[in-house]
Design a protein around this ligand. Structure first.
Ligand code: HEM
Length: 183
């Protein structure tokens, strides 16, 4: 594989990255809005259906992106990037992926806490694996909220860092993830 090929992400990596970014940008405000609604409001359940659908889609997209990383080469670190910057970026990416894997599972545990299956429109029905008491289910949904705010903070750091690379350091970090860019 030559240098030029090593400098950009594959179309599949780009598609996965931007789909995950788009879903996260919708999912967090949707969750924050949803919890302002009363449990008697029909819009609470409409938002919850969409939130669950996006959450399960995110789980599948993130799992696919992790598997994809094992089968396709990722671009090399740029020579101008220090070891510390590289380690910080890797830690942020791994933490973002872990949160995105854990969040849907916590949501699932909360929704199925009383033994009911998770039902998403007529598309998907996943039975409960366990029942939780009220205290535990409240802890689960509290962790879900904390992780969502951690995700939003790390996501913002990730965006600011890539913009800094693009506009201040003028390197390829952002460009090589853009849809139409080959280099
Ligand atoms: C990566 C995926 C997900 C993200 C980023 C996310 C994010 C959020 C956020 C920001 C909130 C509002 C927290 C608050 O301010 O209290 C929330 C609430 C909630 N989420 Fe998620 N969520 C995800 C996946 C899921 C999934 C897959 C489910 C269900 C299967 C789910 C079920 C819930 C429920 C039931 C609530 C509200 C509980 C209540 O009414 O208090 N979430 N989520």
């Amino acid at each position: 594989m030559n240098e030029a090929q090593n400098q950009h992400y594959s179309p599949v990596s780009k598609l996965l990255h931007w789909s995950i970014a788009l879903f996260v940008i919708i999912q967090i405000p949707l969750g924050v809005y949803m919890v302002t609604l009363s449990n008697e409001d029909i819009w609470y359940y409409r938002c919850l259906d969409l939130h669950q659908l996006i959450g399960v889609s995110l789980l599948m997209l993130v799992a696919a992106s992790i598997l994809w990383r094992f089968v396709t080469p990722t671009p090399k670190a740029l020579p101008t990037i220090t070891r510390i910057q590289n380690a910080a970026a890797k830690t942020t990416h791994v933490t973002l992926s872990l949160i995105l894997l854990i969040q849907p599972l916590l949501g699932y545990l909360f929704v199925t806490a009383w033994g009911d299956p998770l039902e998403i429109y007529a598309i998907l029905k996943i039975p409960a694996i366990t029942e939780l008491n009220k205290d535990t289910s409240e802890k689960v949904i509290d962790i879900h909220a904390y992780l969502a705010y951690t995700l939003a903070t790390l996501g913002a750091i990730h965006v600011i860092a890539s913009l800094k690379h693009h506009y201040i350091h003028k390197n390829l970090i952002l460009k090589r993830m853009l849809p139409r860019n080959k280099n």
